[in-house]
Design a protein around this ligand. Structure first.
Ligand SMILES: C[S@@+](CC[C@H](N)C(=O)[O-])C[C@H]1O[C@@H](n2cnc3c(N)ncnc32)[C@H](O)[C@@H]1O
Length: 545
């Protein structure tokens, strides 16, 4: 990084001692106004902080681009203000967040020798992250007494840890405590919800009575509510560590169902990097998504309302067809029966997508249903989907076939099933690329193309969804090319053309995914292999997929 902090600040232009910082990013120094102007012209304008925080009545604080931002550019990188377990967790280490393995032949875990919370070992037990809470508990002779009858038990006692960490900061790091307490909480809206009634009984009692910390009920619940409104789900690349974290600047990004950024976690300390997925023009909102892009509008808006306490009114939520994807729609059952199978079937669309109770009406005929019928239909099928056997493709293929008269090929439930199929075909035992029949290989390629069309509409640009689909697609296409060459269906020239297409997809996937942890080397290796194949004599027998 060019912006590494130096012991004695020096001017970016002349390298002499300097005491003025750039007003935008506050990261580089100048000795004089003249050198600041020169530095700006010489290129700092392209690197300087790309955003500012503004306030409006409708959005509250939000992030705005202060200059044009390039696709793929890192907009900011910051360390967490606080990290901790989620409200309910299976046994995990309080320091590193690692999911714990039980001690041999037991359901029990290694425990901190002082406070008795499950940890991964003596090193994490002694960490600075755990010390303050351990001391606070031990000072009051509190010992964790969770009984694990099964190693997978999800335990709600973890709800006290993350808020306790923030509250203890009031003494140890008052500035950071104030920064966190300044975030939006929506406590007034949450206070009488079932979860907060439980937190009143558990968390408040723990902080006040067990630990004897001098915080009132409102402050304690406000911290919990700040986590619920602002925290990011933090995961290690291999998925073994799961935490929640507050990132002060990144939490200023407002939500959009068509976001223009993605984020990744970098390093063992989980620094968060925000990356532009599309070019962002100066003055535009910089947005993230707080929900799932592949859910329909009914589900997304409900999720945002229940968890983040606002009604999303973005362009996608306003459009009854979700930019023509019809992701949340179903076929009209009457037109189904009366219509010609060969013409595209009319759909039921919401008469007002921003009004959750608005009826859903056919685009062609007068047939309509109540919104709650759509909701309950979605719930039933979602439940069915979640119970399917994920070890193979059979259940997912049957699900798609069974509901093909109700759910069109781009309905979100079908899309979920297809996503599972893309992961199974080509990757799972018995379904690796070399084991797939020609038909199943083609099926995988077709699904990848279908899902890519949806990605282009709903997560345009360099989103992770698009990147992983491209990677899957190029691998399947290379295998198909190899088979077609071997069976004589493709000439050497045709083979080279097809491999060039795969290379195009792989290069795009690399641009998108190289920022993901541990991906850069794998991607570079894949490019090298495919390049080798292209440079050689078309020897597609090489083991490249
Ligand atoms: C993580 S905070 C974002 C920063 C927040 N705007 C603030 O002023 O602190 C999330 C909250 O911002 C507001 N918000 C975020 N995106 C929004 C949007 N698209 N429309 C309306 N409010 C939004 C909601 O109140 C939400 O609970």
């Amino acid at each position: 990084m060019e912006y590494l902090k130096r012991e004695i600040p020096v001017c970016e232009v002349c390298q002499q001692p300097a005491n003025q910082t750039c007003g935008g990013c506050k990261q580089v120094y100048y000795c004089s106004r003249a050198h600041q102007k020169l530095g700006w012209r010489e290129g700092h304008r392209l690197k300087c902080c790309a955003f500012k925080i503004q306030i409006s009545d409708t959005l509250g604080r939000h992030m705005i681009a202060t200059r044009d931002i390039k696709q793929g550019e890192m907009i900011l990188k910051e360390k967490p203000a606080v990290l901790g377990p989620k409200i309910c967790s299976p046994a995990l280490c309080l320091t590193c967040g690692k999911r714990l393995e039980p001690l041999s032949d037991t359901c029990d875990f290694y425990k901190c020798t002082k406070c008795q919370w499950p940890m991964c070992g003596p090193q994490c037990e002694k960490s600075d992250v755990h010390k303050p809470e351990c001391n606070a508990m031990c000072n009051r002779k509190y010992r964790c007494r969770i009984k694990y009858e099964s190693p997978d038990k999800v335990e709600s006692a973890y709800c006290v840890i993350s808020p306790m960490r923030v509250l203890l900061m009031k003494e140890s790091d008052p500035l950071q405590y104030d920064n966190i307490m300044n975030l939006e909480s929506h406590l007034d809206e949450r206070i009488n919800t079932p979860l907060y009634l439980v937190l009143k009984a558990n968390l408040v009692t723990f902080i006040n009575q067990v630990l004897g910390l001098p915080f009132d009920e409102e402050t304690i619940l406000k911290v919990a509510s700040i986590f619920d409104t602002n925290s990011f789900d933090v995961r290690s690349p291999d998925g073994t560590k799961k935490l929640r974290g507050i990132y002060l600047t990144s939490s200023m990004m407002d939500h959009s169902c068509l976001p223009n950024t993605k984020h990744v976690f970098v390093g063992d300390e989980y620094h968060l990097a925000v990356i532009a997925t599309v070019p962002i023009a100066k003055g535009e909102l910089i947005t993230a998504t707080y929900t799932q892009s592949l859910w329909g509008t009914l589900e997304r808006r409900k999720h945002l309302k229940t968890n983040k306490w606002f009604d999303c009114t973005c362009a996608r939520c306003q459009d009854p067809t979700e930019f023509g994807t019809y992701l949340g729609n179903i076929y009209c059952s009457l037109c189904n029966f009366l219509g010609n199978e060969n013409v595209s079937r009319p759909m039921l669309v919401s008469t007002n997508p921003l009004e959750e109770n608005a009826p859903w009406k056919c685009e062609k005929c007068d047939h309509s249903i109540l919104s709650r019928q759509m909701v309950s239909g979605n719930n039933v099928l979602n439940q069915e989907l979640s119970k399917l056997d994920k070890r193979g493709p059979k259940d997912f293929e049957e699900f798609i076939g069974k509901y093909s008269q109700i759910l069109h090929p781009r309905n979100h439930l079908v899309v979920q099933a297809k996503l599972a199929l893309v992961q199974i075909y080509g990757n799972y035992k018995g379904y690796t690329l070399s084991e797939l029949s020609d038909n199943l290989l083609k099926r995988k390629i077709d699904i990848c193309y279908e899902l890519l069309e949806i990605a282009d509409q709903l997560e345009p640009g360099w989103g992770k969804f698009r990147g992983t689909l491209l990677l899957d697609l190029q691998a399947a296409m290379t295998m198909q090319t190899k088979r077609n060459y071997e069976s004589g269906k493709l000439t050497k020239e045709g083979t080279q053309d097809q491999l060039m297409q795969s290379m195009g997809l792989l290069q795009e996937a690399t641009n998108i995914l190289k920022v993901e942890p541990n991906m850069k080397e794998t991607l570079e290796m894949k490019i090298q292999e495919l390049n080798g194949l292209l440079d050689g004599d078309g020897d597609v027998n090489s083991n490249i997929v």
